[in-house]
Design a protein around this ligand. Sequence first.
Ligand SMILES: *[C@@H]1O[C@H](CO)[C@@H](O)[C@H](O)[C@H]1NC(C)=O
Ligand SMILES: *[C@@H]1O[C@H](CO)[C@@H](O)[C@H](O)[C@H]1NC(C)=O
Ligand SMILES: *[C@@H]1O[C@H](CO)[C@@H](O)[C@H](O)[C@H]1NC(C)=O
Length: 470
Amino acid sequence: MAKHSVGWVASQKRWLLAFLVMLSVSTLIAFFIRAAFDTCDRNLDVVDKRPSTVPYSDFIVGASPNPLKFMKSKLVLLVSHELSLSGGPLLLMELAFLLRSVGAEIYWVTIQKPVDTGEVVYSLEHKMLNRGVQVFSARGQEAVDTALKADLVVLNTAVSGKWLDLVLKEHVVRVLPKVLWWIHEMRGHYFKLDYVKHLPLVSGAMIDSHVTAEYWQNRTRERLRIKMPHTYVVHLGNSKELMDVAEDRVAKRVLREHVRESLGVRSEDIVFAIINSVSRGKGQDLFLRSFYESLQMIQEKKLQVPMMHAVIVGSDMNAQTKFESELRSYVIQKKIQDRVHFVNKTLTVAPYLAAIDVLVQNSQARGECFGRITIEAMAFQLPVLGTAAGGTTEIVVNGTTGLLHPAGKEGVTPLAKNIVKLATHVERRLTMGKRGYEKVKERFLEHHMADRIATVLKEVLRRSKSHTDS
Ligand SMILES: *[C@@H]1O[C@H](CO)[C@@H](O)[C@H](O)[C@H]1NC(C)=O
Ligand SMILES: *[C@@H]1O[C@H](CO)[C@@H](O)[C@H](O)[C@H]1NC(C)=O
Ligand SMILES: *[C@@H]1O[C@H](CO)[C@@H](O)[C@H](O)[C@H]1NC(C)=O
């Protein structure tokens, strides 16, 4: 790494320097995320680089008025099923800060606090208290009183439904008309009456993608014989912090050089990566098979391509899973150790997005509920090779911002071919990356998400008010 760039970093972006230091002493403060991942849950970049004295609202919507302004002085209770560094709770925290920024009064309760993540819980709660979010126990009288007083109650994820009966008891019916239920799950075991029996009576449901919303409509009708409330699809947006790095050429170059050096990847090599917790549902095994197949195709056809690498970010050897060992033995068996790199789970995805050339989103079965990493990669001008499933199909434009392949074993060869395509057609790859970035600027920024959420909150408040008035 060139000296002058470090100097630049030190003066311009202290956090970036701090980050590089952390990286280089490989004890990167990796917040390990619990193994149980949901389709929507993912480790997000929550490193807080924003000076806390600056009002958040100044950041989110340049000249246009903040769409959430009408929430000023509204009392909102946020109910999180847990507090960890996974997608669901972090999104709810982002909402908390958006609402705080316009002067809403925000209360937060966490239903389930696992003992082993005590430190993470403590630091997240601390962060919220610093921003004026009031945190208290999910089971006390305070929670009940606040729910009764609140203008709006946001339940985060399907499992939070249990809290309603457990804590509110006889008051449930009074609270339901002001509940907005934010759902990020798409797995069978969430379709339990235990969790979701109150769905028909809440004011609204907010779901991350059209396909997930449709899935909920189907399953609640067919399996549970209950009706969904008013349902809104709200695509997520990229955080301001992530966009700052993505749009900073120098920061990106420094991170790219640094990460590549740490992995032993040269600047002219081409890197394909999956950034997701390692699990069968995320399809790292099938990706490695495709990668190996693409190497064979290149050899057979004697194609001229740069040295190719596959990076798997999201590894957790501590968990000692069978799946993780399977991946490693496959790599050894195929003798591709010099081309496949495993990186531990980390919250800071930006350096890896800066370092790679193509993001692979290989989530299997019904795919991702949304898959925030997809829009994060697009912000870094990366094309995406994704499964034609779930939220990915609502983000990636096949042939324009990336290429889609089928989920399952039948997707292995198509993905291998797509890998070869992007390795051999540099121009096409770069153009797709640029188109992806344009799409993010059009639709997937924080202020787009805030706009969409504002529309939902307005309607939910209006409905709950007319309910109270009548
Ligand atoms: C929902 O049900 C309809 C009709 O049965 C079906 O065509 C559609 O594929 C289902 N959608 C999902 C996401 O399950
Ligand atoms: C990754 O995790 C493993 C297992 O927890 C640990 O032994 C290793 O040092 C970690 N690697 C880095 C680079 O932090
Ligand atoms: C994506 O586009 C390619 C052609 O560019 C096509 O062969 C493939 O079937 C498309 N896949 C999906 C899922 O639409």
